[in-house]
Ligand binder design. Structure first.
Ligand SMILES: C[S@@+](CC[C@H](N)C(=O)[O-])C[C@H]1O[C@@H](n2cnc3c(N)ncnc32)[C@H](O)[C@@H]1O
Length: 923
């Protein structure tokens, strides 16, 4: 009776409490309301995401709307078709009614879009989204990206949308429910997807958002950038971007490169970056440094050497960027003065020489030069190839414990000595003449001269014979080398060295080089290693730093010009092998180098040619306000800081014509100026020289002479100057001479002074004492010239030293010869044979000179001043004979002559000719 149980039917087991799926949480709609209010507090990203979500929603809704509209239309069409079929049927039945129905249909069709428009009428008021022409505004960048206004607007729009949606929904209520459900499902799905995406692809989204933001900025990027909320480090990022771009570009290029090349490229980039940073850092540190404050003038506190060094650095820095670091009230000259003073103290220079160096070098180079000049140059020797080879010499010296090396690629005979266990001036090799101790720079002039075998070469200033013996070695002892020097003492060293070194092709003479054109001309080559201030060898002779003054430079300059003019006149332009003159000095002053060359380029038919030395700094073509001939760049300068050798100058001239381009009168004038310049140019100097002579009265002349002679000084007059007097002179002449140095020396107007007999006698005595000291004094002092004559006529007092007398006579001879030169002025080279003819013409000239109106033998007081000024040198005419005789005697007794060289006979002939001529003059 009960019901049969059906076991086949399985009772569905409901989900257990645990297994039951938890439904999605449902929130009351209003719960989000406060969130919307709190929009303002949303973070930037949140706002962006919200905005995006809302946009998506909107797009979906629009899609739905479109879909609905489509369906609606389709439905309508269906209805219409079914109606039309019915109507057709009706028509078929009625036969008329088509027009009416058409109109109805039209009205209906018109109504439908109206509905859509009505639907969209609100939507059109708000901004329609999507890429259509109607949405141009959307494409336009927003004024302020993702700003609050934007969010507020969006929120308002959303509210409007919601309202419209509600309205739509109301409108759609009559439409298909299923579709609505589907659409809402779709909507939800999309929203869900969106939410998931939000979480999962948060970063991507962010970047997309950024991309959107950037897209939005495209048109007016600048405005947006200016107000951008995103704090991009524009500069840095841009640079980085650029670099990245570069790297990308490079990567493309790098494809062809080897890995190591790529690495190299990277390394270089990194280095460049680091260098840039370092430079910036350096600039920063310099900027941060305290700006140098000029010391107060009245501030006289003792300053240490270290403080001076620091001040030198500070002032150098100020001068390096003057506008930046200067004190506004201080001119540049103040800093320069301070620097010069400090440098003088620090490096022990006098202000004159330091000033000259400061004129020559830029500051950074000056410091290098000064530093290098403090260090002794390496000891170097020259192999005497007449006796040995460099290799053998090196081996022999190494055996004696000498540590050496070849000097450089530029010389095949030089060796540099690093250390030695034996004194190099006393080794058996030295005594055997296998080498000459010689500075590296001393080899340069001979290399420039490039002597050839069998040539006739003059070494005009030869003592002690270093370069002369080098010339003989290059000539392989062939041809004839004339080694001349004006200094009697120093010429002995030439003889000794030539003997030791085995030089046998030479004639040694002791003559004033400036007079050599009366002795011999027609040389193939001449080396003029001129006497100079020696400013390039301060490391060897530090006294140069403090003793040289403008007068010294002036004298050297004038003597150098005179010697070089003579050297040119003595060279044969038509020589088959030569016609060259090499001029060199161990001075770095342009006054003694470029200036001298520039002068002779104007006065003689010579041109500069390359020295053949493949190193060295070009000579100056500009120096301060002065401009030299452009070819002076062919000359070469050598510095301790650049070449590790003494400061040196080398110029090579080629004589292209034996004619002299200047008139005789001009030549005479030049000669006169040079003579005057070598002597003195002002009254003050005369006074100083008088003081000097007085000072020297009690000194032993012989000892005084030798002591003061610098290695390259070679100025018999200057070498005797007392150090203290030089200092005095320097102080007094600092301003007075400096401007005159390179102006043509002007003779000081002489005052006519009537000297009383007693005073005359007194001054005679002084003059006699001065005689041996300075042969040039006579030329500048009228007073002395006036008193000279009686003094010469008188027998010299026995208490006056013979040497003084000799010197005086010698000086007179010098001046006499100069007068002769003026008159003879050999334009073409003079050969010894022609000399007799010259002497005859000379005689005629002399007789003219000896006419009463020209003669200056009368007492100076009686002579008209003018004549005396014009021909001061004629006073010495009677002495000429004695001088010449003496000169011949000297030459005859010279060691070179004793060797029995044929040339000496020529010289004797010349001298005897001169003597004969003088005798005639006397008659
Ligand atoms: C720089 S040294 C010459 C060095 C030499 N050339 C050498 O290499 O050994 C200059 C020489 O010129 C000499 N001297 C100075 N005035 C002179 C003159 N008027 N005529 C000739 N020699 C002169 C000096 O006696 C000095 O020995």
């Amino acid at each position: 009776m009960g019901r049969k149980a059906e076991y086949s039917e399985k009772v569905k087991k409901g989900p257990g409490r645990k297994a039951r799926k938890q439904g999605p949480p449902t929130f009351p709609k209003k719960s989000f309301a406060p969130m919307e209010e709190e929009d303002k507090k949303l973070s930037h990203r949140q706002k962006q995401r919200l905005a995006k979500r809302q946009k998506n929603k909107q797009i979906i809704k629009e899609k739905q709307k479109l879909a609905k509209e489509k369906k609606f239309q389709q439905r309508k069409q269906k209805e219409y078709h079914s109606d039309s079929e019915e109507e057709e049927e009706k028509e078929n039945l009625n036969g008329n009614g088509h027009v009416e129905d058409d109109s109805e249909m039209e009205s209906e069709e018109e109504e439908q879009p109206k509905k859509v428009v009505a639907k969209n009428s609100k939507g059109q008021q708000k901004k329609v989204k999507g890429f259509t022409d109607e949405n141009k505004e959307w494409l336009k960048p927003k004024q302020k990206k993702a700003g609050k206004q934007f969010l507020e607007k969006e929120a308002e729009e959303d509210e409007e949308e919601e309202e419209s949606d509600e309205e739509e929904q109301e409108v759609k209520e009559g439409s298909d429910d299923e579709e609505e459900v589907e659409a809402s499902d779709d909507d939800e799905e999309i929203e869900d997807e969106d939410d998931e995406d939000d979480d999962e692809e948060g970063e991507e989204e962010e970047s997309d958002d950024e991309a959107e933001v950037k897209l939005g900025k495209l048109d007016d990027l600048s405005d947006d950038d200016a107000n951008s909320d995103d704090d991009f480090d524009v500069s840095g990022d841009e640079n980085d971007d650029d670099e990245d771009d570069d790297e990308d570009d490079d990567d493309d290029d790098d494809d062809d490169l080897l890995p190591i090349e790529k690495e190299n490229k990277k390394l270089k980039k990194r280095e460049a970056k680091e260098a840039k940073l370092a430079a910036e850092e350096m600039q920063m540190s310099v900027d941060q440094q305290e700006i140098f404050q000029f010391p107060e003038e009245d501030e006289e506190k003792e300053i240490t050497l270290q403080e001076i060094q620091q001040r030198i650095k500070d002032v150098t820095l100020v001068l390096s960027d003057f506008n930046k670091y200067r004190q506004p009230d201080r001119p540049r000259s103040d800093y320069m003065d301070l620097l010069r003073k400090d440098l003088c103290v620090y490096y022990s220079y006098n202000e004159f020489l330091m000033g000259k160096l400061m004129d020559m070098f830029p500051l950074s180079e000056l410091m290098e030069y000064l530093e290098a000049s403090e260090v002794a140059r390496p000891l170097t020797i020259r192999t005497n190839t007449l006796k040995t080879r460099r290799r053998d010499l090196a081996a022999a010296l190494i055996n004696r414990g000498v540590n050496l090396d070849p000097l450089g690629k530029w010389t095949k005979v030089g060796l540099v000595i690093y250390s030695s266990q034996v004194p190099l001036g006393a080794t058996p090799e030295y005594l055997a003449g296998h080498y000459m101790i010689q500075g590296a720079s001393s080899m340069l002039p001979v290399m420039a001269l490039a002597p050839q075998e069998n040539e006739r070469i003059l070494d005009m200033c030869s003592a002690p014979g270093g370069k002369g013996s080098h010339i003989a070695a290059v000539m392989k002892n062939t041809g004839v080398l004339f080694a001349n020097d004006a200094n009697k003492d120093r010429i002995k060293a030439v003889v000794a060295n030539f003997h030791r070194l085995g030089v046998v092709n030479s004639i040694v003479s002791c003559e004033d080089g400036a007079k050599f054109r009366q002795i011999m001309t027609g040389f193939d080559r001449i080396l003029l290693d001129a006497p100079c201030t020696g400013t390039g060898v301060v490391s060897k002779d530090p006294s140069v730093k403090t003793t040289k003054c403008p007068v010294d430079v002036q004298r050297c300059y004038n003597l150098q010009r005179k010697l070089l003019l003579t050297a040119i006149d003595c060279t044969d332009a038509k020589s088959a092998t030569g016609g060259y003159i090499v001029y060199s000095t161990c001075s770095v002053l342009p006054e003694e180098n470029e200036w001298v060359i520039d002068y002779v380029l104007k006065k003689r038919n010579v041109k500069l040619v390359p020295t053949g030395l493949d190193f060295g700094v070009e000579g100056f073509t500009k120096y301060r306000q002065y401009r030299f001939h452009p070819s002076l760049n062919l000359t070469r300068r050598y510095y301790p800081h650049t070449h590790n050798m003494d400061g040196f100058f080398v110029a090579k001239l080629k004589k292209f014509s034996n004619t002299i381009p200047v008139s005789k009168e001009q030549q005479e004038e030049d000669e006169k100026q040079l003579d005057d310049g070598i002597a003195t140019t002002s009254e003050e100097n005369v006074e100083l020289l008088n003081a000097e002579a007085e000072n020297e009265e009690g000194n032993d002349e012989e000892s005084g002479k030798g002591k003061k002679l610098g290695k390259r000084a070679g100025k018999p007059v200057l070498s005797e100057l007392d150090l203290t007097i030089k200092k005095q002179k320097l102080e007094q002449s600092k301003q007075k001479y400096i401007a005159k140095v390179f102006e043509p020396p002007v003779k000081v107007p002489k005052k006519k002074k009537e000297v009383p007999a007693e005073e005359n006698k007194k001054s005679n005595g002084e003059e006699i004492k001065d005689k041996g000291k300075n042969k040039t004094k006579k030329n500048v002092s009228d007073k002395k010239e006036e008193v000279k004559e009686p003094e010469q006529k008188q027998k010299q007092p026995s208490n006056i030293k013979k040497d003084k007398k000799k010197n005086k006579q010698k000086s007179k001879e010098t001046t006499e010869t100069t007068v002769e030169v003026k008159k003879q002025q050999p334009i073409e080279k003079q050969k010894p044979k022609e000399k007799k003819e010259h002497n005859k013409s000379e005689e005629k000239q002399q007789t003219k000179k000896n006419k009463p109106e020209n003669r200056q033998e009368q007492p100076a007081t009686v002579k008209p001043e003018k004549k005396k000024e014009q021909k001061p040198l004629e006073v010495a005419t009677p002495q000429k004979k004695n001088k010449s005789t003496k000169n011949v005697e000297e030459i005859a007794s010279s060691p070179a002559l004793l060797e029995g060289k044929p040339i000496k006979q020529n010289k004797l002939k010349q001298k005897s000719n001169q003597m004969g001529k003088l005798k005639k003059n006397k008659k």
